[in-house]
Design a protein around this ligand. Structure first.
Ligand SMILES: NC(=O)c1ccc[n+]([C@@H]2O[C@H](COP(=O)([O-])OP(=O)(O)OC[C@H]3O[C@@H](n4cnc5c(N)ncnc54)[C@H](OP(=O)(O)O)[C@@H]3O)[C@@H](O)[C@H]2O)c1
Length: 211
């Protein structure tokens, strides 16, 4: 399974490390090929660097891990995403991290779906801090949840399987419009972590009180 990650920053590299540990082939995509190649070399033998267009061309799953404000440019660079599973992990936040820039009547995920109308968009990972990605951090209970929203059942199933392989608890969080509610959860997590003093060793979770 080949996964392209557009945006080799904190989240992109963190997810890449998990994927290569589970024998996925990863292509890191950056606008500067040298940056992509240098970072891929640090991730390991199952990772390659590429420009954005070539990275997505034969990927089964494409993870958009740029800032939300860079999504439009990155998706233009990506080109043809017809039929691809496109995982949107973005939180559309202000530069000081303290507020969402869009919401209520739309979401980053829905706007990204408009920019890539032929892709199957799945919202995921936006409620997980990059510091909470490594296995050794998460191997303490309870499981870190990844909320998945999509209108495409097949795409959601593929991302569900990948997220489960990466030892997260995948949660089906309904249609893509539910990203309108999931993105504020990501924002609340940021408030807990940075404004309310909980730090980044936290993650939001839904608990069942009865079976
Ligand atoms: N940080 C978190 O804990 C966290 C948690 C959940 C979700 N998120 C979301 O995940 C996304 C990434 O966050 P992050 O913390 O990883 O940010 P980051 O460290 O700033 O990484 C973003 C990466 O995207 C690259 N990039 C920007 N424009 C690009 C383009 N057009 N083509 C290819 N690559 C491009 C950046 O490269 P340059 O630096 O060279 O521009 C950088 O490598 C954001 O949308 C954020 O809201 C973050």
């Amino acid at each position: 399974m080949k996964v392209a990650i557009i945006g080799p920053g904190n989240m992109g590299l963190g997810i890449a490390r998990l994927l290569v540990a589970k024998d996925y082939n990863v292509v890191l995509a950056h606008k500067d090929l040298q940056v992509a190649t240098r970072l891929a070399a640090k991730i390991g033998t199952n990772a390659q660097g590429a420009d954005v267009t070539s990275a997505v061309s034969d990927a089964d799953i494409v993870i958009l891990a740029t800032p939300y404000d860079s999504a439009e440019v990155a998706l233009k660079e990506a080109g043809d995403l017809a039929g691809k599973v496109l995982v949107d992990i973005t939180n559309p936040i202000t530069p000081d991290y303290m507020a969402l820039t869009i919401g209520h009547t739309t979401s980053a995920a829905e706007e990204i779906a408009k920019l890539a109308p032929d892709a199957h968009v799945v919202k995921a990972f936006n409620t997980v801090f990059w510091q909470a990605l490594p296995f050794d951090v998460r191997r303490k209970k309870p499981a870190v949840q990844v909320l998945l929203a999509s209108d495409d059942a097949n795409a959601k199933e593929k991302v569900y399987a990948m997220v489960t392989d990466l030892e997260f608890e995948a949660i089906d969080a309904g249609p893509l419009t539910n990203a309108r509610y999931i993105e504020p959860v990501g924002q609340l997590n940021i408030h807990f972590g940075y404004a309310l003093g909980w730090g980044t060793s936290i993650s939001p979770a839904w608990v069942r009180l009865a079976e």
